[in-house]
Design a protein around this ligand. Structure first.
Ligand code: BGC
Length: 525
């Protein structure tokens, strides 16, 4: 009665950084295929791979110049077909990125569009005249710095881009654009892809009359310059919500497919991405854990707000890291905190998405300014916006190149390699990898954890305790967010099934929580 995307755990792969098979320092599809048994052993259910399509790589694949092929850096269509077959043979699902908001400026559609004002593809993008003084049509800002409008000298108009100038926004009000993009969706679904993570969905459509966005009273130096303005006319518009069920209809032409929406909106707005009758995305990403202080009270309150904001029957999901955010260990301030976060992520109600490398406790890697690759950091340097530090190569072993590449990696491998790698951690029962494997195995074995009800049992400044129940089975999760021990707030004798603190003493009766301990317990009788 539950779908695979409800029961399972999604593992996100940044393909440039997972496994290089040909020594060019960039990960690729054959590399991913060679690591599938690792993913089976880890215990995840679905793999989401960031864009692998042909791209000039201005935004490392999020600028697509051909929606129906694989970039030679990553391999071939045949490799992709083999990946689908190899995943399915192992009972794993494949989720690809679908990037509907913009193409690359090198996509043939945009090349045609910019050729002349009368080209049939002109209206596939958003072109507008300059103001009388030659300025852009309004004050809208690009997420990656500067105006969101770029002047085209040949045809003497501006085009709109929510991201880089090399990522012109498609005009989703044009029915021909919609049909073309729906056909792109069908192309990969028909090849056997199990679903999409739909990129930047909240930015899909803008206010057609182009009013200025108002200033953001909460902006301060140190924040992204794009946040100077509230995105009142460029994000989260009703016209965008109306298009989501259209995408869902395409996915529903095939069986058992999932759409995950990258909707970066407040908790209370997420319902618009599910649709009133759940006719939208099955899983609008919930990024709010990444923005909430890692403390018991704020997290408990977020869970309450989120659960209350879900539309009836809407399935929850949780994200703690991705290719756009600082890694857990660096963001939360240490290994103990990120181990605790693993228990939180994998015991909350709803589908978790786990970012590659978190399972071995990778942290952000310092990328020197002359080695920066991320266009955001290049455009807006020094504010810590750059995403290279969380996109560095997966560490398979302590060997040179970390077992990732025999060549020069596209981003640095970083320090602490001896300890933070798969080979070293594989047989160590106290390692990050063992913790994640045990958590994933327990989550899979216990319906209470993967589909059970959630109920808050206790929260104070130090710790949060909740229970997960399914039929007669009841498990308690106790999380100590502080650096001091505390008594376990429980009214009955409990024994541990799993703890962040090694050695994992299963079946031991517990009455104390150690600093930053996260523990899953069952009643003694
Ligand atoms: C992706 C980013 C990307 C942007 C533009 C996002 O939300 O996650 O990595 O740069 O969309 O496509």
């Amino acid at each position: 009665m539950y779908e695979w995307w409800q029961r399972g755990v999604v593992y996100q792969i940044y393909p440039r950084s997972f496994q290089d098979s040909n020594g060019d320092g960039i990960g690729d599809l054959p590399g991913i295929i060679s690591r599938l048994d690792y993913l089976v052993d880890l215990g995840i259910d679905a793999v989401w791979i960031c864009p692998i399509y042909p791209s000039p790589m201005a935004d490392f694949g999020y600028d697509i110049s051909d929606y129906r092929n694989v970039d030679p850096q990553f391999g071939t269509l045949a490799d992709l077909d083999r990946l689908i077959a190899e995943l399915h043979r192992r009972n794993l699902k494949l989720i690809l990125d679908f990037v509907p908001n913009h193409t690359s400026s090198e996509h043939p559609w945009f090349q045609a569009s910019r050729r002349s004002r009368h080209d049939p593809k002109r209206d596939w993008y958003i072109w507008r005249d300059a103001k009388d003084d030659g300025q852009p049509p309004n004050n809208w800002l690009s997420e990656f710095g500067g105006s969101a409008w770029t002047w085209d000298e040949d045809t003497r108009q501006f085009y709109y881009h929510a991201f880089l100038a090399q990522q012109p926004d498609l005009n989703w009000r044009n029915p021909r654009v919609r049909e073309a993009m729906f056909d792109v969706m069908r192309f990969w679904l028909a090849r056997g892809v199990d679903g999409y993570r739909v990129d930047a969905i909240h930015l899909l459509v803008e206010n057609e009359s182009l009013p200025d966005n108002p200033p953001n009273p909460d902006w301060h130096a140190g924040m992204s310059p794009a946040r100077r303005l509230l995105r009142m006319h460029t994000a989260d518009l009703p016209d965008t919500h109306a298009l989501i069920p259209e995408m869902r209809k395409i996915a529903d032409e095939f069986t058992a497919r999932v759409l995950i929406g990258e909707a970066s909106v407040p908790v209370e707005r997420l319902k618009h991405y599910y649709g009133q009758a759940l006719e939208g995305f099955q899983l609008p990403f919930n990024f709010h854990l990444m923005r909430t202080p890692f403390e018991a009270l704020p997290i408990a309150s977020l869970i309450r707000r989120y659960e209350a904001a879900l539309p009836p029957g809407g399935w929850p999901n949780w994200v703690l890291g991705n290719h756009d955010r600082s890694r857990l260990r660096s963001r939360l301030g240490g290994a103990a905190q990120s181990r605790l976060a693993a228990v939180l992520l994998l015991t909350l109600r709803g589908t978790p998405t786990l970012y590659y490398g978190e399972e071995i406790g990778m942290g952000d890697v310092v990328v020197e300014s002359d080695a920066v690759r991320d266009p955001w950091e290049r455009n807006v340097p020094g504010l810590g916006l750059g995403r290279d530090p969380c996109r560095t190569p997966m560490r398979w072993s302590a060997a040179a190149g970390a077992g990732f590449t025999s060549g020069v990696p596209w981003l640095p491998i970083g320090g602490n390699l001896d300890e933070r790698n798969v080979a070293t951690q594989r047989d160590d029962p106290s390692s990050f990898l063992s913790l994640y494997r045990n958590l994933l195995a327990l989550r899979r074995a216990e319906p209470a954890l993967h589909v059970g009800e959630y109920r808050e049992v206790w929260v104070d400044e130090q710790c949060l305790v909740y229970e997960r129940t399914q039929d007669a089975r009841r498990l308690l999760v106790a999380l100590n967010f502080s650096d001091t021990s505390c008594p376990l707030p429980a009214q009955e004798p409990l024994r541990a099934c799993l703890s962040t603190h090694a050695p994992v003493r299963t079946a031991e009766q517990k009455s104390t929580l150690l600093p930053f301990e996260g523990i899953i317990l069952e009643p003694c009788n």
